[in-house]
Design a protein around this ligand. Structure first.
Ligand code: PMP
Length: 485
């Protein structure tokens, strides 16, 4: 293969400096995608892949109305937002109309990271406090300010570690987290997890720290598709406000109707749950870089009074706003939230049926088209099946299905497809996953040297050829058995 043409393919060609720090999907055999339509992506040889990964292409890859809105506006005017322009007003009105009433002020930026960085500034200028409470395993963006509040990054071996102004609360994971639903039947798990935030607030105050904000994804995605238990945000928001902080909902991944029933995932916790600041991004532009921060008049006023103006060259430009308006229109016109609920429920039911057959599926959870399949070595101890999850991701790709794994142990298969993903796609996904899991089961039973199954596995590029993969698999009991044969 001519790796030169892959952009990030090989740093030794000197074409792309990010190669060494940017991890490609399927690094043993990366994909070159040349076009995409709806929920399908196509490689350079015309191979069609079912896209279960792309939460950015929210209303479908290259959705014609969105493409047209961008092209039409680009042909007329694109400029910074120091001029009046209808698109800016229409987009802000539309976006704020989808939020609970107090959230009436909109700042336009270009990425989820910029949105979260601005959210921190708003929180600090409003509260005059500095410290931030974040969740374990969280990721909030690539800016310096956000790496500091992202345990997903700062806890890496080369990371800078936790700063003293950052306070980390447990991720409210009731399947494999600190408190597990199985151990506390009938108890208010939301309050149990929230009480940890209360403790943090008390300790911070005792240590002379003041809380500016609590920030969390309304459903944690990098954490492994986590659905917080009922009453979590209700209690957390109360504790944080009592401690003088504000509450930031990061809806960069999960906003804009991915959860189906609601526009915003924080609404799953109750109509009375209203953050002080909401950040949105990815799906907002369907691939075009546009993002926003939505907040209250009061907070915006405090920011204004700080005297530091906010100017962002590309934020709120007429093209980005045209794109975002088109995305929201398509979501409504095509009733994609209702569709996400219907297809998501169907997929969750089918996956739960599949879990009856395959013990490796420890948990199936999700809402709308935000779904996680947690893979475990045994259901009792819930040891993460990390190596097997990587194997499944690779095998699914060979079957032309793109799915990823995430969570602190990378053992959660993560589905967040474009919302046009349909019931037939869901059935196809489940059928292929069933085949792959069956094949893995068969392999474990009949793995004899020279058998076709053994041969197939040995030939698998990510199984034997990658030194890293091999190391992971050696840590993993079942795979160690396979390697020794
Ligand atoms: N917040 C969350 C929850 C994210 O997942 C991401 C990106 N993965 C960001 C913020 C940062 O967004 P961006 O990459 O657009 O800067």
């Amino acid at each position: 293969r001519n790796r030169k043409l892959y952009g990030c393919g090989n740093a030794t060609w000197g074409l792309c400096g990010c190669r060494q720090s940017c991890k490609l999907f399927y690094r043993a055999d990366p994909l070159k995608i040349v076009r995409a339509v709806g929920q399908y992506m196509y490689d350079e040889k015309g191979g069609q892949y079912l896209d279960c990964i792309n939460n950015v292409a929210h209303v479908g890859h290259c959705q014609p109305d969105v493409v047209k809105a961008a092209c039409d506006q680009l042909a007329v005017l694109n400029t910074n937002n120091r001029f009046l322009h209808d698109n800016l007003v229409i987009c802000a009105r539309k976006l704020t109309s989808l939020m609970p009433a107090p959230l009436s002020i909109c700042f336009f930026v270009n990425s989820g990271s910029e949105a979260n960085d601005l959210a921190l500034r708003l929180a600090r200028s409003h509260t005059k406090n500095h410290d931030i409470i974040t969740l374990d395993h969280a990721y909030h963006g690539h800016l310096t300010s956000l790496i500091s509040i992202s345990p997903y990054k700062f806890n890496l071996p080369g990371g800078s570690g936790k700063a003293e102004w950052v306070h980390v609360a447990s991720c409210p994971d009731v399947y494999r987290g600190k408190y597990r639903a199985v151990d506390y039947p009938g108890q208010d798990m939301g309050k149990m997890y929230a009480d940890e935030v209360l403790d943090i607030c008390k300790k911070a105050r005792g240590g002379g720290h003041t809380i500016a904000a609590f920030i969390a994804e309304s459903l944690q995605s990098c954490g492994g598709q986590i659905i917080p238990p009922d009453n979590y945000l209700r209690n957390v928001y109360r504790y944080v406000r009592e401690a003088g902080g504000v509450c930031i909902a990061d809806e960069v991944q999960v906003g804009f109707g991915r959860v189906g029933k609601h526009w915003w995932a924080f609404q799953l916790q109750g109509e009375d749950i209203v953050p002080d600041i909401v950040t949105v991004g990815k799906p907002m532009g369907n691939g075009h870089p546009v993002a926003a921060v939505i907040t209250t008049l009061e907070i915006a006023q405090s920011f204004k009074e700080s005297g530091i103006e906010y100017f962002n060259t590309y934020g709120g430009n007429p093209v980005s706003c045209a794109v975002a308006i088109a995305v929201m229109d398509v979501l409504e016109r095509q009733r994609l939230r209702e569709h996400a609920t219907r297809v998501g429920n169907h997929l969750l039911n089918s996956l739960r049926q599949l879990a009856l057959k395959h013990l490796i599926i420890g948990d199936v959870r999700g809402v709308g088209l935000f779904i996680g399949i947690e893979l475990v070595e045994d259901r009792e101890n819930r040891i993460p099946a990390t190596a097997k999850a990587q194997h499944i991701v690779s095998r699914m790709k060979e079957e032309y299905i793109l799915v990823s794994s995430d969570g602190p142990d990378r053992n959660v298969l993560k589905l967040k497809p474009p919302l046009v993903f349909c019931q037939e796609n869901a059935d196809h996904f489940v059928k292929i996953l069933d085949e792959v899991l069956t094949e893995m089961n068969d392999d474990e039973v009949t793995m004899e040297a020279g058998s076709p199954q053994r041969q197939k596995k040995a030939n698998h590029p990510e199984f034997e050829n990658s030194p890293n993969e091999k190391k992971i698999k050696i840590d993993d009991q079942q795979s160690e058995k396979i390697i020794k044969v």
